[in-house]
Design a protein around this ligand. Structure first.
Ligand code: NAD
Length: 247
């Protein structure tokens, strides 16, 4: 099990207050990592308690990632990060023909621009030290078109492309860049889909595993990619989807 051990490593998980980010933060802590918890607002007490109970030392970073230009200066105050999990994300739903440029830009800003700037800024330190792991949370919509979410689909395809671009440049320098693509997971992000009985049943009936994912289902893949066990895994987008893509 030692190759999955994260003791001595510090992980930053963006958007760690809720959903997938919270489950990932707790799982990384259980694997031995210390945590930089991040939220747009300061309400990080609950996740901090859970992560500290798992044995992690914690630091908090409160920052709105839609301020992409402000990221480099804000990151300079953080502890040295060995594992970056680009998890924070938003989604705006409206049919493509009515999708506003404001919604498009808001989603691209948080879901792709911020992922690039965080990866570039924190990745520079990893390159200088000769080791590091970057894991971005992609989506089924890194592979498929989706409905009513053109900005989100463009951003998540972008995350998959950026993952490969960074991996291609940084693999030789000891920095592994990968992504995890969750299927349909019970979080705030998918609440409107689950509130619509027709859409909910439609989605569930297409999942070979026969159920929606839970945030904890996603965390193990992130721990693997954050660990020495994945030192030779580069530029991979790992679907954790109950079989959705095999359908
Ligand atoms: P969530 O809404 O619970 O989590 C999103 C997190 O991002 C929240 O903690 C939120 O505060 C944070 N965030 C949003 N905008 C921010 C900003 N401007 N600044 C700082 N933080 C911000 O939903 P989730 O499903 O856990 O989403 C986590 C990631 O997983 C997202 O990237 C999402 O696109 C992705 N994802 C989710 C699903 C799913 O089915 N739930 C599927 C595929 C991918």
């Amino acid at each position: 099990m030692t190759s999955f051990d994260l003791h001595g490593r510090t992980a930053l998980v963006t958007g760690s207050r809720s959903g997938i980010g919270r489950a990932v933060a707790v799982a990384l802590a259980r694997a031995g990592a210390d945590l930089v918890l991040h939220g747009r607002t300061a309400d990080l007490d609950e996740v901090d308690k859970e992560v500290a109970e798992a044995g992690a030392r914690t630091t908090r970073w409160v920052f709105d990632l839609s301020d992409v230009d402000g990221i480099p200066a804000a990151v300079a105050d953080l502890p040295e990060v060995d594992i970056l999990v680009n998890n924070a994300g938003i989604i705006r739903r409206a049919p493509a023909a009515e999708h506003s440029l404001d919604d498009w830009r808001a989603v691209l800003g948080v879901d792709l621009d911020a992922v690039f700037v965080l990866s570039r800024t924190i990745g520079a330190g990893m390159l200088a030290r000769g080791h590091g792991k970057i894991i971005s949370i992609a989506s089924m919509l890194s592979f498929q078109g989706g409905l009513n979410v053109p900005g989100y689909t463009a951003a998540k395809h972008g995350v998959a492309g950026l993952t490969k671009a960074l991996a291609n440049e940084w693999a030789a320098h000891g920095v592994q860049v990968n992504a995890v693509a969750p299927g349909y997971v019970e979080t705030a992000n998918t609440e409107p889909l689950r509130a619509d009985p027709v859409r909910e049943a439609d989605i569930r009936s297409r999942i070979p595993a026969g159920r929606w994912g839970r945030p904890e289902d996603i965390a193990g893949a992130v721990v693997f990619l954050a660990s020495p066990a994945a030192d030779y895994v580069n530029g991979h987008v790992l679907a954790v989807d109950g079989g959705w893509l095999t359908r």
